[in-house]
Ligand binder design. Structure first.
Ligand code: ADP
Ligand code: MG
Length: 430
């Protein structure tokens, strides 16, 4: 399958070629034809599978080929976080670079109103927004959604997790009922299914890859630690690995992200923190540093790291395990981008058993225990996944726990040799 076969506007095809894409990803190959026929769409697929272009290309095609009907956005994209919204805007620019007449406005919390207000005063076609700020602007009558032809909910699962469900519904109800609606989610659980039922009409349903298959390019490892000191020693050792190109380290709290980033900087690493308490300018500078390789280590909280797409990230390290099992999938999806290989390392102590169980139940996959000579845990620790069973969540039809693998016998951590993975991290061309 080639992009040429998708009947997209030639100006979009040339932008795609310039972006260095040769063929559509599986999600794109399935979603684009369905969207061009006007169907609603529900996509569950792994992170890094190319969902942005899957909706942006057909949306731009529509904007390019049909005349403007009036003022106000024709395409509305909702995003849970500012970072993701910025990336979507970036994608709109890249894919729409040959459509000079298409204008995009981005509404993010934390950015100054005067600039936003000025942007909103001129005609525009695409609105990318986080729900809170959009509602603000709707309430002050600066945004009118009556011309929306297409509504996109990106990372809808996350929007629900972050408590945006009522906001999303309110926003949707301000758009015409005739709109085309698209929902993207890494998971398809009950709340997502319910929201889809409310907002979508007869959607085409695409499940690009199961979560299990999704992370085949990511080597997931579990290291047991005795205590905080052990954890920090092990982390220092991991960061000394020359095969580690760039890493995101996840902590449970913003404060810990700051403290750990300071610690690591003190140890001579080019490290910085990223979390929701930082000003947008600082967040952007940090992400820029990561993207351009000035930063090797980013210490982040879940919300801030959502949607980060930097191909150089070879490692994700869970310094603290995520509180929500789904977040584990999102975290490790920050590595292994665009066909690269990635390594995801979770550091866990005996207190983390329950959480580990929940994660393994959710992904349907037990995480292999690794030890490194000189850093073995003192206590023999029972592998948690022996008792991991598919939980209640396994009833959904898209739940990957249904095809979970058999546990291997070689899981005993204290007898296993530390495995080496020397697969080079490939840099994305271009
Ligand atoms: P998702 O939203 O599914 O997590 P993204 O849309 O952020 O994924 O895309 C992940 C990465 O893949 C981006 O760097 C994007 O530029 C790249 N990409 C998207 N489509 C293609 C393609 N057809 N060929 C090669 N790379 C692609
Ligand atoms: Mg995405």
């Amino acid at each position: 399958m080639l992009f040429e076969h998708l009947n997209l506007d030639p100006r979009l095809l040339s932008a795609v070629t310039e972006a260095g894409y040769t063929e559509p990803t599986p999600v794109q190959a399935q979603a684009i034809p369905a969207l061009l026929t006007g169907s609603d769409l529900m996509v569950t697929s792994r992170t890094g599978s190319g969902k942005t272009a899957a909706f942006m290309l057909p949306a731009l095609h529509r904007l390019a080929t049909r005349p403007l009907s009036g003022k106000g956005p024709r395409l509305l994209i909702l995003s849970p976080t500012r970072e993701l919204a910025s990336q979507i805007t970036e994608a709109a620019k890249i894919y729409g670079k040959n459509l000079k007449q298409v204008r995009t406005v981005t509404l993010l919390g934390g950015t100054p109103y005067p600039v936003q207000n000025r942007n909103l005063a001129r005609p525009y076609d695409i609105l990318v927004a986080t729900p809170g700020r959009l509602l603000d602007q709707m309430d002050s009558r600066r945004v009118d959604l009556s011309q929306v032809e297409m509504l996109v909910l990106d990372e809808a699962d996350r929007m629900l997790d972050m408590g945006f469900i009522d906001d999303v519904k309110r926003i949707a109800s301000a758009t015409p009922i005739t709109r085309q609606t698209l929902m993207f989610s890494a998971t398809f659980d009950k709340p997502i299914a319910r929201l889809a039922e409310t907002l979508l009409r007869d959607p085409v349903r695409i499940e690009a890859t199961s979560l299990k298959a999704a992370h085949e390019n990511i080597d997931q490892r579990l290291h047991y630690v005795d205590n905080l000191a052990h954890k920090n020693r092990l982390l220092a050792h991991l960061l000394a690995d020359v095969d580690l190109n760039q890493a995101i380290i996840f902590t449970a709290t913003k404060r810990d992200a700051d403290l750990l980033a300071d610690d690591l900087s003190g140890q001579g690493h080019s490290a910085a923190a990223l979390h929701g308490d930082m000003h947008q300018g600082a967040r952007n500078r940090t992400l820029d540093g990561l993207r351009h390789g000035r930063l090797r280590v980013l210490v982040a909280t879940d919300v801030a790291a959502r949607g980060i797409d930097v191909p150089g990230i070879s490692h994700v390290i869970n310094y603290d395990l995520p509180k929500v099992a789904e977040d584990y999938v999102h975290r490790i999806g920050r590595t292994g981008r665009a066909g690269n290989k990635g390594i995801a390392i979770s550091l866990a102590s005996s207190r983390d058993f329950l959480q580990l169980q929940r994660i393994e139940r959710f992904t349907g996959k037990s995480i292999d225990v690794h030890t490194i000579a000189g850093f073995e845990p003192r206590m023999p620790i029972r592998p948690p996944s022996r008792s991991a069973r598919p939980g209640p969540a396994s009833k959904g039809r898209s739940n990957p726990a249904q095809d979970r693998p058999q546990h291997r016998e070689a899981r005993t951590p204290w007898s296993a040799e530390p495995r080496q993975n020397k697969a080079p991290i490939r840099k994305r061309a271009g």
